[in-house]
Ligand binder design. Structure first.
Ligand SMILES: C[S@@+](CC[C@H](N)C(=O)[O-])C[C@H]1O[C@@H](n2cnc3c(N)ncnc32)[C@H](O)[C@@H]1O
Length: 241
């Protein structure tokens, strides 16, 4: 029996995967996504990482979607190989085009992050951008990430929190497994429960303008903005050496 979205009365869970809406898939191709969501997250995560990983030979782009992060990962982390994995075959077809633009080797695999065809302790860094709020079995995905990371390796996580995913417009336009959404604190607890190490300085929480109910308009025109929960968490989670 599928779980139904209480607002839209749509089925929200089919097995392990809730396919994104057409609008959501289109949004991933926009300049707004690339400039204000993805590129900013890559820069902020790089700053949080603070050069603690030397020589990123293999990066996994987990839930790579259309591969729009490949060139950014190459530019910022200079890997020898990027492995892009996504469950949505249609997105992977578009990722192939982005892979061809890279100088480094890019391998693409279609499938779930809950069961990766990647050897143990073989990956230096995992880039997980806006993935977990799409994954029904988040703990299983994190166990897989722990398995494939080398000791001392890290996941760079950028995630949207429950307050944003549960907001009316997001429910209207996008599709997610609603029963697994988490607050920032709950994401930190989950990642730590798998064995990853996260210090206070590895975490950054925020409310980017695109995640605010008024899209940051009140702040831009100088009005006090409404008290709102954290909508976004960035964190560096390290597998102990
Ligand atoms: C919001 S998109 C982000 C895409 C990409 N990381 C980016 O920033 O452009 C989330 C992606 O996760 C993928 N996804 C959802 N569940 C997945 C799973 N269990 N395994 C692999 N990919 C998954 C979706 O198909 C989608 O491409």
């Amino acid at each position: 029996m599928p779980i139904m979205d209480p607002i839209l009365n749509n089925p929200i869970s089919e097995g392990d995967w809730v396919r994104e809406s057409g609008f959501g898939r289109w949004f991933l191709t926009t300049d707004t996504w690339f400039r204000y969501v993805l590129s900013e997250a890559v820069c902020d995560l790089k700053q949080l990482l603070d050069n603690r990983i030397h020589g990123t030979h293999q990066i996994l782009d987990a839930g790579c979607g259309q591969g729009v992060a490949f060139e950014l990962l190459e530019e910022h982390f200079h890997p020898r190989t990027i492995i892009g994995v996504d469950i949505d075959k249609e997105q992977m077809r578009m990722a192939l085009e982005m892979a061809n633009r890279c100088q480094c080797e890019v391998k693409l695999e279609s499938g779930t992050v809950c069961n990766l065809n990647i050897p143990d302790s073989s990956i230096d860094m995992i880039f997980s951008h806006q993935l977990f709020h799409h994954v029904s079995d988040q703990a299983r995905a994190l166990e897989e990430f722990y398995r494939i990371l080398m000791p001392g390796g890290a996941i760079l996580i950028s995630e949207s929190c429950r307050s944003f995913i549960h907001s009316f417009l997001v429910r209207l336009l996008f599709r997610h497994p609603m029963h697994v959404q988490k607050t920032a604190e709950e994401y930190v607890e989950l990642v730590q429960s798998i064995g990853f190490k996260i210090d206070d300085t590895d975490i950054q929480t925020s409310r980017p303008w695109w995640s605010c109910e008024d899209y940051g308009v009140r702040e831009r025109i100088g009005l006090p903005h409404k008290q709102q929960e954290v909508t976004q968490i960035l964190m560096i989670a390290r597998k102990p050496s």
